[in-house]
Design a protein around this ligand. Structure first.
Ligand SMILES: [Zn+2]
Length: 286
């Protein structure tokens, strides 16, 4: 599932390829009825065609294409949405739900196995986003900011980190990585964490996200990857993860078998040695 590093990798790749390009055509497949939000796909396509791409931004997990008329083409990849930069003569990509022609002879293909991805054409990108928390890779995001935003909540820290209004961009993989890096159990109530915990957690979040971007994202699954880059190639960060998906495997730090539990309905992998359970609570891994 694309998180901040996967969206940022695609943003950077697209920025180098499509800024200054004009959208010459737009086709949305009838088998993706929920892809285009607010307006009908035909109207969306009519409005998008002829627009020049002036810039690419990212906010949390949203990808924002700034257009020459001041409007924003906003995309959210959700479970399995991907943007591919292809030529029309290139072999078809499975699960292509929309195709956008460009004046350099390329096209952008939106592929989405699960069809949860969404896009909008709006005057202002913030109109379609929830009140997102700070960007974790901004200089303004400090351990104190993290503590101020998360530290009053009594929910498990894992759930608090997944709340996009607390902090933007984290999903299941990078929260597991950050918590393991920081040595913090996913079930610890956020308001029980000490200042030193937030300092380690802040460092763990930044480290996990930077590593994800450096690895061009995490591509999970074997045949139908949930994240591929604009050239169709997978990222490599899945080969370096320390916690996510490693249930039963030895912790790279202490050698104990990693465990998996559910936290707020989400699967969480942690090390019972490096990430001690909250006091007074016995936590069983499965
Ligand atoms: Zn360990």
């Amino acid at each position: 599932m694309p998180e901040l590093p996967e969206v940022e990798t695609v943003r950077r790749d697209l920025e180098a390829r499509v800024v200054g390009r004009t959208i010459t055509s737009c086709r949305v497949s009838p088998d993706a009825p929920r892809l285009v939000q607010i307006v009908a796909p035909a109207e969306f396509c009519r409005e998008l065609t002829g627009r020049r791409i002036d810039g690419l931004r990212r906010r949390g997990k949203y990808l924002i294409v700034d257009l020459d008329d001041g409007r924003a083409w906003v995309m959210h990849r959700r479970m399995s949405g991907n943007v591919l930069y292809r030529r029309p003569a290139d072999p078809p990509d499975e699960y292509t739900r929309a195709v956008f022609g460009l004046d350099d002879g390329h096209e952008l293909r939106w592929t989405d196995l699960r069809k949860f991805g969404t896009m909008w054409l709006v005057e202002d990108a913030t109109m379609v986003m929830e009140a997102l928390g700070p960007e974790p890779l901004d200089a303004a995001f400090t351990p104190d900011v993290l503590r101020a935003r998360a530290g009053r909540r009594s929910a498990p820290i894992k759930s608090v980190l997944l709340d996009q209004t607390v902090l933007a961009g984290l999903g299941n993989l990078y929260t597991d990585e950050a918590l393991h890096d920081a040595g913090i159990h996913p079930l610890r109530p956020a308001n029980r964490l000490k200042r030193a915990d937030f300092e380690r957690l802040h460092a763990g979040i930044v480290r996990a996200l930077r590593m994800g971007i450096d690895g061009r994202g995490s591509s999970l699954g074997t045949t139908l990857r949930d994240h591929i880059n604009v050239d169709g190639a997978p990222g490599s960060n899945q080969e370096r993860v320390q916690a996510y998906g490693r249930e039963g495997a030895p912790c790279y730090r202490c050698g104990r078998p990693m465990r998996r539990i559910k936290v707020g309905g989400r699967s969480s992998v942690f090390c019972p040695g490096c990430q001690p359970a909250p006091r007074g609570r016995r936590v069983r891994g499965r």
